[in-house]
Ligand binder design. Structure first.
Ligand code: SAH
Ligand code: SF4
Length: 358
């Protein structure tokens, strides 16, 4: 018997699934309200659902229909009380991270799109782990629902923004990511505006071109980190497959086709990519593009000896970009005390476990 997860289904697919069992289509709205609007994980306990829907749930739930209800393995509050990190354990035992950060009334969730990552960026804890598997759409949707549940338990109205900057490369898992975002933005469910969502990529060129072609309504962030192929390939191995000329051409096509600004990410590593000359090269590379640069001082990881750039150097880098006409933001390494860098909670937990075995 094949099972499906309700979190994997679009609204139309939910209607169809219910219709296949003889239920009128309007039941899909009630099911979605409980599932996506109220982030309900215990549907069987919902006495307010209509009798036909409850009978259907009784017959199918945990039989041929399941939910993505990952177990929460760790929930660590950072001392600034603005960052909370969920380590979610999936059905097959894989663990992924979801980070919720922000201020009252405006929280952002940072979602994972894969367990591990195939791209191998040297400074990234997820890259150091290697690729494990793609996440299904439901496993991406469920992270949003967990974040919503957490915020509601804090008396917060819910998420304001979503960034796909957790574990994994979203455009390497294109179909599942776009399906999940379609579900999350559906006004019968979570109903988050597409303009509130950012997809961050290391530079998977075919994915960027597909987003342009399909006029995807989400923000695009491109993690650059270096402005020459030699330097970039040393930090980001996938640059050998999609070199800078191809990446920048894809960004220009994206800009022309969508009319959207692109957000470029630059992880600053001391002595590696943080000099004034580097800043000038970034400005040259981005010439003519509607671009915003996010400067992220390196979050140190176990598997990489690089050090983080000091504040004064970051500010000088920023002022060179500013003089060249590019707006930029210095991103704080939020929650560094809870190891909230990409993939780091999972990595540090694995280390603690292996230490415990010794
Ligand atoms: N794979 C996608 C999205 C996940 S990584 C991408 O690479 O864009 C999200 C962001 O975190 C990327 O910009 C990445 O460069 C950055 N990042 C990863 N490890 C980091 C670290 N140790 N310190 C600072 N930024 C890091
Ligand atoms: Fe993958 Fe992004 Fe980490 Fe690079 S920075 S290894 S693309 S998750």
């Amino acid at each position: 018997m094949s099972t499906i997860s309700l979190h994997d289904l679009t609204f139309a697919e939910t209607e169809q699934r219910l219709a296949d069992d003889g239920l009128a289509r309007h039941h899909a709205r009630a099911l979605w309200r409980a599932l996506h609007r109220q982030s309900e994980l215990d549907l069987a306990a919902r006495r307010d659902l209509s009798p036909p829907l409850r009978r259907w749930l009784d017959a199918h739930l945990h039989q041929d229909v399941t939910l993505d209800a990952p177990t929460i393995n760790a929930k660590i509050d950072s001392s600034d009380e603005r960052t909370r990190k969920l380590l979610l354990r999936l059905d097959d035992g894989q663990e992924i991270e979801t980070v919720v950060m922000g201020y009252p009334g405006r929280f952002t969730a940072c979602l994972s799109t894969q367990a591990g990552c195939a791209m191998g960026c040297v400074f990234c804890a997820t890259g150091q782990m290697g690729f494990v598997r793609h996440l299904r759409p439901g496993e991406i949707v469920a992270q949003v629902l967990h974040a919503q549940r957490l915020l509601h338990s804090m008396g917060e109205p819910g998420l304001r923004n979503l960034v796909l900057m957790g574990m994994g490369e979203p455009l390497h898992n294109y179909d599942a990511v776009m399906k999940a975002l379609g579900i999350i933005t559906d006004d019968r469910g979570v109903n988050l505006g597409p303009a509130k969502i950012s997809v961050s990529t290391v530079g998977v060129v075919p994915g960027i071109l597909r987003m342009a072609e399909e006029q995807c309504p989400y923000n695009l962030a491109v993690s650059l980190h270096a402005a020459t192929d030699e330097e970039r390939s040393a930090l980001v191995p996938s640059n050998r497959r999609w070199p800078l000329a191809d990446l920048m051409a894809a960004c220009r096509t994206y800009g022309e086709k969508t009319g959207r600004r692109i957000f470029f990410g630059w992880t600053l590593i001391e002595g590696r990519n943080d000099s004034p000359a580097h800043a000038r090269r970034v400005a040259e590379l981005l010439q003519g593009l509607d671009a915003h640069v996010n400067l992220i001082p390196l979050n140190p990881t176990q598997g990489y000896s690089g050090r983080t750039t000091g504040e004064a150097v970051v500010e000088e880098f920023q002022s060179i970009l500013q003089d060249a006409g590019f707006p930029s933001t210095i991103r704080q390494r939020r929650g560094i005390d809870v190891a909230a860098g990409c993939g780091q909670l999972r990595a540090s937990k694995a280390k603690r476990q292996s230490e415990a075995l010794e």
